[in-house]
Design a protein around this ligand. Structure first.
Ligand SMILES: C[S@@+](CC[C@H](N)C(=O)[O-])C[C@H]1O[C@@H](n2cnc3c(N)ncnc32)[C@H](O)[C@@H]1O
Length: 232
């Protein structure tokens, strides 16, 4: 029997999964749910995608691994899934998409069916937009990690729908200041914010709002780096 192997990013997501019934939104290749089923960490998985071709690919993978009995497949936009499917799951993963797209998916009215479920979100860009949306939409951030893979930092956010704002710093979220990878990542973001601020000094037009945002980001990054242990 072939076994699925995962890279660093998907391995880190797999390690966080605590429930036995998973929904993988935007599953594409389907590697994550297939790995979790093969290793016995989950009992069943719903694989979704907005595009038919990736969904077909995921189905073929599950079939080739003998996992069809434990999997179901939905061609669907985000959380636009039947209520009983959402209610029956323990963990929802939305990974490998931009932060704005994940935020848009989480804005669905169907989020009310996700109360108390484990949400694992992995934005490939703009984590600050995702955090701002989580706050606005009533999700609480339980924890965050960051890792470096293929020349890119990947943030992983664990959240839960509570229907209350979470009031987290949108630039640093729940990253741990005691984690060297998080410190490296925030240091890089600080340098990038400082560089952008310098560039804006000579920019034409009204840059007031961009400067305000960059200064807020810079101040959050500096405050994060001043904390040496995880109790920030
Ligand atoms: C880059 S792949 C990520 C695959 C996998 N989740 C991972 O992390 O490796 C993104 C997938 O999300 C799908 N997708 C994009 N927007 C979506 C949406 N609104 N709802 C469901 N799937 C979506 C795309 O078709 C694509 O297959």
């Amino acid at each position: 029997m072939k076994t699925v192997t995962l890279g660093k990013r998907l391995s880190a997501i797999a390690a966080l999964v605590s429930g036995e019934r998973l929904i993988d939104v935007g599953s594409d290749h389907g590697k994550l749910p297939c790995f979790l089923l093969q290793t016995g960490k989950i009992q069943s998985a719903v694989l979704t995608d907005i595009n038919p071709l990736p969904l077909e690919k995921a189905k073929n993978k599950a079939a080739s691994l003998g996992l069809l009995q434990k999997t179901s497949f939905y061609l669907a936009n985000g959380l636009d899934l039947p209520e009983n499917v959402l209610s029956a799951c323990d963990t929802v993963v939305i990974a490998g998409m931009g932060g704005e797209l994940i935020a848009e998916i989480l804005s669905s009215e169907n989020r009310r069916f996700l109360a108390d479920k484990q949400l694992i979100l992995q934005p490939m860009s703009k984590p600050e937009d995702l955090r701002a949306a989580l706050d606005r939409l009533g999700y609480d951030i339980k924890g965050e990690t960051v890792l470096f893979e293929n020349g890119k930092y990947c943030v992983i956010v664990e959240a839960v729908f509570t229907d209350k704002p979470c009031q987290t710093d949108i630039y640093t979220g729940k990253l741990n200041p005691g984690d060297p990878a998080a410190r490296d990542y925030i240091t890089k973001r600080l340098h990038s914010a400082e560089k952008s601020l310098l560039n804006l000094k000579n920019a034409a037009g009204d840059v007031t709002s961009a400067v305000k945002q960059l200064k807020a980001a810079r101040d959050s990054y500096k405050a994060f780096l001043e904390v040496k242990d995880e109790n920030k």
